[in-house]
Design a protein around this ligand. Structure first.
Ligand SMILES: *Cc1c(COP(=O)(O)O)cnc(C)c1O
Length: 390
């Protein structure tokens, strides 16, 4: 085979929206001009609208981890007792950040592939009435599991703690009622469901969280949320913004608003459901079957096979860039993403490719088994019931 189109199909960075990519060409603009202030203002307003919150929304020049760090350094003080839900590599990142800043972390650990239950969070809050914060991932991209942040929020809302949610792959893949569920800080990243390249993070901050900012004693400089809020009110960022990314984000948000955030979420949910049914039909096991997220589907390779073989063959045979497992999950799982600019055609291709890869590695496969499952999933959501054929 001589031509292979390279396709970026990982859970971050994700496929780019062409219009957003083209918009980046306009980045020969100065950020201290009214033209730019208007763009900055409207991007922040659109972010707030698609996130569906009345809370302040700020943008930072950083990958998602920068906003995670900013939430700690701006809202907490050394020695603060906090509860950290850890069910994967990104939960571990929360634990590492809060420890790096001298907070006193109670870690609620769960096995990779599982989720920390809201009941455990409620129990930990009872056992630690002085807890100042709870940290969790809405969707744990490293394992493909999701957390019930709604139920967690209900338990946290009644206490003096704030709920800090890494929704970097949760936004645009699951319903998140930020204000209704008491999600005090909600963090997003540009290279996930927002369809643009890496380099920007955003976060919503509730009034309750802002009160924490008044007493926080941690040192900070670059990530100063209070300063950022003050500047944002004037259409400016504290430092030089990622101009190219903001232009891209303006286009991407226009697209998401036209589509509807709920439809973007449904899109990911439908593709995730189709993928789960296809890999299951092919006899493969899901890594997080109990509460799978819709941002990414983590799949275990056939027994005795390293998932790296599948990841490599996707790339070498078809130009499809998919993700291996992270850390100790490397070789144990491969991850198929659905967040942002993905469609059914991506799933048809990825599953047809998977069937070929499995067959090439001596795994008995009846061609079409997985693809038919995707077709049936498509028919279920997009064809009238009476025209559905098996
Ligand atoms: C991608 C991701 C992050 C942020 O990683 P960065 O490399 O800093 O952008 C954090 N949490 C989750 C759940 C993610 O998927």
């Amino acid at each position: 085979m001589y031509i292979k189109k390279q396709r970026l199909l990982t859970p971050g960075p994700t496929p780019l929206l062409p219009k957003a990519l083209h918009a980046m060409m306009g980045s020969d603009i100065h950020h201290r001009t009214d033209d730019f202030r208007n763009i900055y203002r409207s991007v922040l307003a659109d972010l707030k609208e698609v996130m569906g919150t009345a809370n302040d929304v700020l943008a930072l020049v950083a990958s998602g981890t920068g906003a995670m760090e900013a939430s700690v350094s701006n809202l907490f003080s050394p020695g603060d007792r906090v509860i950290v839900c850890v069910a994967g590599k990104f939960g571990e990142r929360w634990a590492e950040i809060v420890k790096a800043f001298g907070l006193d972390a109670v870690v609620l650990q769960e096995d990779y592939g599982k989720s920390v239950s809201a009941q455990r969070v409620a129990d930990a809050l009872k056992a630690n009435p002085n807890a100042r914060g709870v940290f969790a991932q809405a969707s744990e991209t490293s394992t493909g599991a999701q957390h019930d942040v709604r139920a967690m929020g209900q338990a946290i809302q009644k206490t003096g703690a704030i709920f800090v949610v890494d929704a970097i792959t949760g936004l645009g893949t699951m319903p998140l009622d930020i204000d209704g569920w008491g999600l005090d800080v909600v963090i997003g990243g540009s290279q996930k469901a927002f369809m643009i390249p890496p380099g920007m993070a955003f976060m919503s901050i509730s009034p309750k969280a802002w009160t924490f900012g008044e007493t926080s004693k941690l040192p900070r400089y670059y990530f100063n949320l209070k300063k950022e809020k003050k500047n944002a009110a004037n259409g400016e960022s504290s430092w030089t913004p990622a101009t190219a990314l903001l232009l891209a984000l303006a286009e991407a948000l226009k697209y998401v608003k036209t589509l509807g955030m709920d439809k973007l979420v449904q899109n990911a949910q439908q593709l995730a459901a189709a993928t789960r049914s296809a890999v299951t039909a092919l006899g493969l096991e899901l890594f997080a079957p109990q509460s799978p997220c819709s941002a990414v589907t983590s799949v275990c390779p056939p027994k005795g096979m390293d998932s790296g073989v599948i990841v490599k063959e996707y790339r070498d045979r078809f130009g499809s860039i998919i993700a291996n497992g992270q850390g100790s999950m490397k070789g144990q799982i491969f991850r198929i993403a659905h967040l942002g600019y993905f469609d059914f055609a991506d799933v048809f291709a990825l599953i047809a490719e998977l069937e070929i890869i499995l067959a090439a590695n001596g795994v008995p496969v009846k061609f079409g088994t997985g693809v038919a499952a995707v077709q049936n999933a498509y028919a279920e959501v997009a064809l009238a019931k009476e025209t559905v054929t098996a």
